[in-house]
Design a protein around this ligand. Structure first.
Ligand SMILES: Cc1cc2nc3c(=O)[nH]c(=O)nc-3n(C[C@H](O)[C@H](O)[C@H](O)COP(=O)(O)OP(=O)(O)OC[C@H]3O[C@@H](n4cnc5c(N)ncnc54)[C@H](O)[C@@H]3O)c2cc1C
Length: 429
């Protein structure tokens, strides 16, 4: 196996938007040596779910760098200017950008910082040896004093579906959706969050062929809109997250659950467009396949019956059991955050809470026994840092917090705010 001679100050694992944001802040400083690894051949952002009609749920100003360093060269605005798009973008009059545009912007940044990245480099394991980490990828071994792990969450698969996983039952974020063909098939989509609704809408428009029928079940009360009121959005501020971290675990867990729709709700304009299309189809076009939207339904069991599946669903409104037959089942059942397998070898050095979740310091450092060395993580601390953790909303702020901790001084000043209109933590005196 190839081995790099350098010992890097920081080795990053995963080059999704979160670690890309950290690279974008650190690269121009040239004060610490960096190497970031990713198993893919180039940057891409959830390519399985890159539907043409999908928009970002977050402002384009909350890009990789702007909220903490608007003068950084890797801002969305600089991307527009560098590519000669600035005036035309403004002429579109749009407040939000598509996911495709966000990915194109990130691809541009990833090319600009390519001196610090290595793609086609899937990490298999990490060892802590002496005063450094050894990061073992498929084809090379890297050494680093500190790590930042942002390798993404894992698909959440309902227990009853696990033994059926394959090309007829699969999670929405999986390769099966790329080559899907639903011609003449009965499709069941499980999950009514943004991904489930996007698949439902695209299914009605025959994106994967002409289905016989499409049903969507969701455990929620309805297709619920994202709660993006201005006061609600105060929880997506550095001040909130910083203070939230020190609350009791019990209160953190219950408050985060109460805020679910600020993060997992559906884009309101998307729901409006979908409703409008259903209206036009029902009363005029009559072109959609048969469909059903079934709220308050919980998937309880899944059985194979010759060439199809029978799904036992609990209707939580009238408490009745319902059976739904389907040929293809798409699980839009979200993600769960669990540390990646390549950290398994370090488990006895990491501190976990009683539910097996890693304890995370305020600056996103894994609490553990690594001496002088440190492991930072992104997107593994919803239980510690709250509802904003999996979102892009505060990603540049979090990168700045981590960058300051790595550098040992306050390089990025804009990490402490005291400007909230809602006093969650003090009485204002
Ligand atoms: C379809 C979709 C749309 C979303 N839209 C929004 C939105 O509009 N607004 C918002 O705030 N949030 C959104 N989110 C939530 C969140 O912002 C994204 O999930 C975001 O991609 C998380 O970034 P990440 O860098 O942690 O992980 P990822 O984007 O998942 O990137 C992780 C990277 O790690 C790499 N990797 C994994 N394992 C290894 C390994 N062993 N070795 C090397 N590399 C590895 C992967 O190849 C990948 O490139 C969305 C999520 C999804 C799924």
């Amino acid at each position: 196996m190839k081995k790099e001679n350098d010992i890097y100050d920081l080795v990053g694992v995963g080059i999704g938007p979160f670690n890309l944001s950290l690279i974008a802040l650190l690269a121009p400083l040239k004060s610490i040596s960096l190497k970031f690894l990713d198993g893919k051949s180039e940057f891409s952002w959830h390519p399985e779910l890159m539907f043409g009609d999908a928009t970002m749920q977050t402002s384009y100003l909350k890009d990789l760098v702007t909220p903490v360093m608007p003068t950084n060269p890797y801002s969305f605005l600089n991307y527009l200017v560098s590519n000669g798009q600035f005036y035309h973008f403004l002429n579109t009059g749009r407040q939000s950008i598509t996911r495709f545009e966000f990915e194109a912007y990130c691809k541009w940044v990833s090319r600009e910082v390519s001196d610090f990245t290595e793609f086609d480099s899937k990490v298999l394991g990490v060892e802590h040896v002496g005063d450094k980490f050894k990061v073992i990828s498929e084809n090379c071994e890297y050494e680093g004093r500190k790590l930042c792990v942002a390798s993404g969450p894992r698909p959440n698969i309902p227990a009853c579906a696990r033994s059926h996983l394959g090309h007829k039952v699969f999670h929405a974020k999986s390769k099966e959706i790329k080559d899907l063909s639903v011609d003449g098939k009965r499709v069941l989509i499980v999950g009514g969050g943004q991904t489930g609704v996007e698949i439902f809408r695209n299914m009605l428009k025959d994106k994967w062929g002409r289905s016989q029928s499409v049903k969507l079940i969701t455990g929620r009360e309805n297709l619920m809109p994202l709660d993006e009121g201005p006061f609600t959005n105060e929880v997506f501020t550095p001040e909130f997250v910083s203070n939230f971290h020190s609350l009791s675990q019990k209160n953190k867990d219950s408050f985060t659950e109460s805020l679910l729709l600020t993060s997992d709700g559906n884009t309101p304009s998307y729901l409006q467009e979908l409703y409008n299309e259903l209206y036009l189809d029902k009363f005029y076009h009559k072109a959609f396949p048969a469909y059903d939207i079934l709220p308050m339904r919980w998937l309880e069991a899944l059985d194979r019956d010759s060439d199809h599946y029978v799904c036992r669903v609990k209707n939580r409104l009238n408490e009745r059991d319902e059976d739904i037959e389907a040929d293809i089942i798409i699980l839009a059942t979200g993600f769960k955050t669990k540390l990646p397998d390549f950290l398994d070898g370090l488990h006895d050095k990491i501190s976990f809470d009683e539910l097996g979740r890693p304890n995370m310091a305020r600056d996103y450092k894994l609490v553990g026994d690594f001496g002088e060395n440190e492991i930072y993580t992104m997107n593994y601390s919803r239980h510690g840092h709250g509802i904003a953790d999996p979102q892009t909303s505060l990603m540049s702020w979090r990168s700045a917090v981590i960058a300051n901790a790595l550098l040992g001084h306050e390089q990025f000043k804009n990490t402490t705010y005291k400007s909230s209109f809602i006093n969650f933590f003090t009485n204002g005196n």
